[in-house]
Design a protein around this ligand. Structure first.
Ligand code: ADP
Length: 396
């Protein structure tokens, strides 16, 4: 079955058409600047990218363009839309309502809408994609795959904040966690790849990209994660501060004469690696700057690794041990120096890194030495494939 995977944002839309039997990507791309002007990037497997500038006043025109590109006579990946067997959508927030992916029905859409105030920027955009696909391809089954679902197995001691309980009861303020599709895919893959016992395993997944989160996965189930009510909590990220003393919010507001929205903008868009280095949110730029002796870039990289190590250490305690530490996403998959720095904090656990293996890229690799007491590996994440697999499992 061919599955169209859609990740719909407020002004953009990423897509992949995947053959679920071979798990090959038949075509992929994105629509950008929806509602502004419009640009379609389309790439059939084995071919060059095609870029088309065309008006996309709404997501409907964007998805129509994607569908046209997929069946285009010359460069299409399929002959007819009948060859699309199902559509899988990324949905950011499922609140406490969804602990797993779900087939999209009118009732399911209503339940997702009830979670909208937990992710006011993302969920409404995800729902637009779902509605437009239902309108354009009414006979194709659709599935929603939630960023939060994998973390729903956390116990209350991990998800409750030290706040008045009424706020949890009234407003559902609690830790939800994000990147769940990636944490689920990577932890399962790690258990297989490393030959661990699925029912007796302790795995820590470090998903380190522009947005970063870490999760503790015991016997295949998430027991804790670093992101919270929103993706702002946890480790230092590209432009997000991660966890800080909450009193800093009031302090900055007074000193900089900002309202709450202004401070949140600083914490979400001007902090993290960008804010700390004053150079860039991209680790590659910081690596270059640090190598040239820039102290701020060096401190930002060290603070990122130190902060991650503290969470990883916390999760070793939470699980009373660890079998494997896994790195994934842009930084996790590519930045061997950061991996080395993080692992250097775990020599006391008997973690030993093979520096040559740690330089490899682009594949599943064990980067620990054979005698390391804890296995350390790099496993490239693949959220689209995870969405495709969940979709097929639910519609078959
Ligand atoms: P997103 O969270 O947007 O999905 P990614 O997982 O693609 O982000 O990660 C993006 C980040 O990965 C970049 O900002 C960059 O810092 C980092 N990155 C990518 N390639 C490298 C590399 N070769 N070395 C170090 N960092 C890298």
């Amino acid at each position: 079955m061919n599955v169209l995977v859609i990740n719909c944002g407020s002004s953009s839309l990423k897509y992949q058409l995947i053959d679920s039997e071979t798990e090959a990507v038949l075509a992929k791309g994105l629509c950008e600047r929806i509602g502004i002007d419009g640009r379609l990037v389309y790439q059939k497997a084995g071919c060059d990218k095609e870029i088309t500038e065309a008006a996309m006043p709404t997501h409907k025109e964007a998805i129509q363009m994607v569908l046209h590109a997929l069946v285009n006579e010359k460069t299409g990946a399929i002959k007819s839309l009948d060859e699309v067997g199902a559509i899988g959508h990324r949905v950011v927030h499922g609140g406490e309502k969804f602990a797993a992916s779900a087939v999209i029905t009118d009732e399911m859409i209503k339940t997702v809408e009830e979670c909208n105030d937990l992710a006011p920027l993302h969920n409404p955009a995800n729902l637009i994609g779902i509605r437009v696909c239902a309108e354009l391809m009414p006979h194709v089954p659709q599935v929603g795959v939630f960023d939060t679902a994998f973390h729903q197995t956390m116990p209350p001691k991990a998800y409750l904040y030290g706040l008045p309980l009424d706020y949890y009861k009234k407003y559902k303020i609690r830790r939800y966690g994000f990147h769940g599709t990636s944490h689920s895919y990577v932890s399962k893959h790690a258990i297989q790849f490393l030959g661990l016992d699925p029912d007796n395993s302790k795995v820590i997944v470090c998903h380190l990209g522009n947005g970063s989160s870490i999760s503790a996965v015991q016997n295949g189930k998430c027991i804790d994660t670093t992101m919270g009510l929103t993706p702002l909590e946890g480790v230092i990220m590209g432009t997000r501060s991660g966890s800080i003393d909450p009193a800093i919010v009031e302090f900055i507001a007074k000193k900089e004469n900002l309202d709450i929205a202004g401070v949140m903008n600083v914490l979400n868009k001007k902090s993290g690696l960008l804010g700390m280095s004053g150079i860039s949110s991209d680790m590659r730029d910081l690596e270059d700057a640090a190598a040239e002796g820039n102290e701020d870039a060096k401190n930002a990289r060290e603070a990122l690794a130190y902060g991650i190590a503290k969470y990883v250490g916390g999760y070793v305690a939470a699980m009373n041990g660890v079998d494997a530490i896994i790195f994934t996403a842009g930084i996790g998959e590519n930045d061997n120096l950061v991996r080395e720095d993080i692992c250097s904090y775990f020599k006391y656990l008997g973690v030993a890194i093979d520096l040559e293996a740690n330089k490899k890229r682009g594949e599943d690799i064990v980067i620990s030495t054979p005698d390391s007491k804890v296995k350390v590996a790099v496993i490239p994440t693949n959220e689209e494939l995870a969405i495709c697999r969940d979709t097929v499992a639910l519609v078959k």
